[in-house]
Design a protein around this ligand. Structure first.
Ligand code: SF4
Length: 269
């Protein structure tokens, strides 16, 4: 275990990144540039200094106006030492470890080493992925991942390019490949008002998923304002207007739509 990689956070006792109680490791770097990014400090691959506090509060003092370094280089041993501390919680809750980001597939060697280490320790693993990675890299991780949390955002290729910075063909082909191999996949849809959260787009997602064997779980993620707050905190540019989080009533027809196509639907997490 000599590999190292760059993470920007490691959170314990997570309950929204897969089943049970989990430790979630957040990799730095993402190939997408979503307008609504909920972790905008994760996008660039290297550790970086960001101003903290100067716009986050009217009450910010000079002491608050400082730079924080986001991201650090860590070894597999360092990450595993923190992960195994909570083994008892994973056992009792059916939980495990989730690799998220950013995009964990961007640091494939580091991810492989961590997945292998988890497998050696008997820990269940999940990866939270945008799906934009080489098929051969998904092939490498396939047997070491117990659950793929696979994001689908926008079905229209031109709109996907406009709002995420990349086209969606590779994402779709990777999801189809995982499904054809019988992978344990939950598709997650971030609900961004008027962008991903339109009837036309949600119906297109249903139509795309319907023929994919084994993909029968969908997670709808109501819009989360965390990214707006972080952009303010770290003084990062943000495109698009401020959106409102959908109410449970507003989510209900979306949930019903997916259920009418035979999917098991969860909301949030
Ligand atoms: S895929 Fe996720 S981490 Fe990457 S830019 Fe989009 S929202 Fe942010």
């Amino acid at each position: 275990m000599s590999a190292s990689g760059i993470i920007f956070d490691l959170r314990k006792y997570c309950i929204h990144d897969g089943p049970g109680i989990r430790t979630t490791v957040f990799f730095k770097g993402c190939p997408l540039d979503c307008w609504w990014c909920h972790n905008p400090e994760s996008r660039h691959s290297l550790p970086e200094a960001m101003p903290v506090g100067s716009q986050a509060s009217n009450r910010a003092s000079d002491q608050d106006r400082r730079a924080a370094t986001i991201g650090c280089v860590v070894s597999v041993e360092h990450v595993m030492a923190q992960i195994v501390q909570d083994e008892i919680f994973y056992d009792q809750s059916g939980g495990g470890v989730t690799f998220s980001g950013g995009e964990p597939m961007m640091q494939i060697d580091f991810l492989m080493a961590l997945l292998a280490a988890c497998r050696n320790c008997g820990l269940r693993t999940a990866i939270d992925t945008c799906g934009y990675a080489l098929e051969e890299d998904f092939d490498r991780v396939y047997n070491l991942v117990d659950l793929f949390l696979f994001d689908l955002k926008i079905m229209d290729p031109a709109l996907h390019l406009e709002f995420t910075g990349v086209t969606n063909e590779l994402i779709h082909s990777n999801l189809a490949m995982l499904a054809s191999r019988g992978g344990n996949v939950t598709v997650r849809v971030p609900m961004i008002p008027d962008i991903t959260d339109t009837r036309e787009n949600l119906e297109a997602i249903c139509s795309f998923l319907e023929p994919l064997a084994n993909v029968r779980r969908v997670g709808l993620l109501p819009y989360n304002k965390l990214g707006e707050d972080k952009s303010l905190r770290y003084q990062l540019p943000r495109r698009g207007r401020r959106w409102e989080t959908q109410s449970p009533e507003e989510i209900s027809w979306r949930k019903g739509l997916f259920e009418s196509h035979g999917f098991s639907v969860t909301v949030g997490g």
